[in-house]
Design a binder for this molecule. Structure first.
Ligand code: NAD
Ligand code: UDP
Length: 317
């Protein structure tokens, strides 16, 4: 009989990152409870897991309280739309998911004495005035702008996590995830990686917001998962927040060139004036803390990660 190591809840388990996390934790011999309401995720991402006796799908909205009878050891709280286009369409709901949803998952963790890992984000730094961003930088978020539902929602979720540590003695880990990409990103969710790869594969024009001088640093999903799992496994007196991302930084313009080259596409670039309000102009993680505390750093190059992603989208198209 196979030894099952832990009972683990993954909220947002049918999403891009969550489904890869379910794969990995299942492969490591754990029992997984995947909680998702399929608002931005897809059953296709987890269809290969549905027959496993160690995988349970719970179709549930985390804004509602969740009760699980089996003893839970760990909770990865990922449920939340991540694409700016998507979450700005449902801003009030996005706040609810981050605040009420996180509160519900902290309550579930408390009931079970489980460790909870909160998927926070580089967006807590807003449009940063410090570069690269380290965890000591407190950020520059516009609380009334269209990104605030996500940025302030995630900031409040961090607040709740640290109040549960202080007041309820819960073991909570907070990771601040920087732009992550890979197979199973939703084809139409509007993020730059999926948009550019799909446009290039179709031979369509790549639409660059503004002049493309804004920067992002892209982390391949497998690298991110190693960081998340390492953080979950750290001693109970380290809670973060800790940045997880790839410090290799590109302008969006250069990134478009990379995608065109790697897809061997004839696509051209077009600069549009629909510059996104409060769009961070420079984003790059300082990962010194992750290196020191988790002995973690990304190992997968943009070329290698993009090749995997391009193959995936070729299949989808
Ligand atoms: P995603 O949209 O692919 O996945 C989110 C999942 O959560 C989806 O399956 C969705 O259906 C589910 N979900 C949303 N609201 C829910 C609710 N109320 N109840 C239950 N399930 C719900 O996004 P992703 O890129 O996989 O992001 C996962 C997490 O990582 C998010 O919390 C996001 O904020 C965080 N994050 C991602 C990135 C990135 O670059 N991908 C960067 C920073 C932070
Ligand atoms: N972007 C772009 N064209 C697109 C999609 C995004 O130029 O089709 C830009 C966007 O304005 C932002 C950056 O790419 O400056 C990253 O956007 P994304 O939606 O991936 O996520 P963000 O990092 O802003 O959360």
């Amino acid at each position: 009989m196979q030894y099952l190591r832990m009972n683990i809840v993954v909220t947002g388990g049918a999403g891009f990152i969550g489904s890869h996390l379910c794969d990995r934790l299942l492969k490591e011999g754990n029992r997984i409870f995947c909680v998702d309401n399929f608002s931005s995720g897809s059953k296709n991402n987890i269809s290969h897991l549905l027959d496993s006796s160690h995988f349970t799908l719970i179709e549930h909205d985390i804004v509602e309280p969740l009760f699980i009878e089996e003893k839970i050891d760990q909770i990865y709280n990922l449920a939340c739309p991540a694409s700016p286009v998507y979450y700005q369409n449902i801003p009030i709901r996005t706040v609810e998911i981050n605040v009420i949803g996180t509160l519900n998952m902290l309550g579930l963790a408390h009931k079970h004495g489980a460790t909870l890992l909160q998927a926070s984000t580089s967006e807590v730094y807003g449009d940063p005035k410090v570069h690269p961003q380290s965890e000591t930088y407190l950020g520059s978020v516009n609380p009334t702008g269209p990104r605030a539902c996500y940025d302030e929602g995630k900031r409040c979720a961090e607040t709740l996590c640290f109040d549960y540590i202080r007041k309820r003695n819960l073991d909570v880990k907070v990771v601040r995830i920087f732009n992550t990409y890979g197979p199973r990103m939703a084809i139409d969710d509007g993020r730059v990686v999926s948009n550019f790869v799909v446009q290039a594969l179709k031979g369509d024009v790549l639409h660059i917001d503004g002049d493309g001088s804004q920067t992002r640093s892209f982390c391949y999903v497998d690298d991110l998962l190693s960081g998340m799992v390492a953080m979950m496994g750290t001693s109970s007196d380290f809670h973060g927040p800790v940045n997880l991302g790839n410090p290799d930084e590109y302008t969006i313009d250069t990134f478009a060139d990379k995608v065109i080259a790697l897809t061997e596409s004839q696509s051209t670039k077009e600069y549009t004036d629909n510059f996104r309000i409060d769009d961070p102009m420079q984003r790059c993680p300082d990962i010194t803390l992750a290196k020191n505390e988790l002995h973690w750093e990304p190992t997968i190059s943009l070329e290698a990660g993009l090749s995997q992603t391009i193959s995936y989208f070729k299949g989808v198209l």
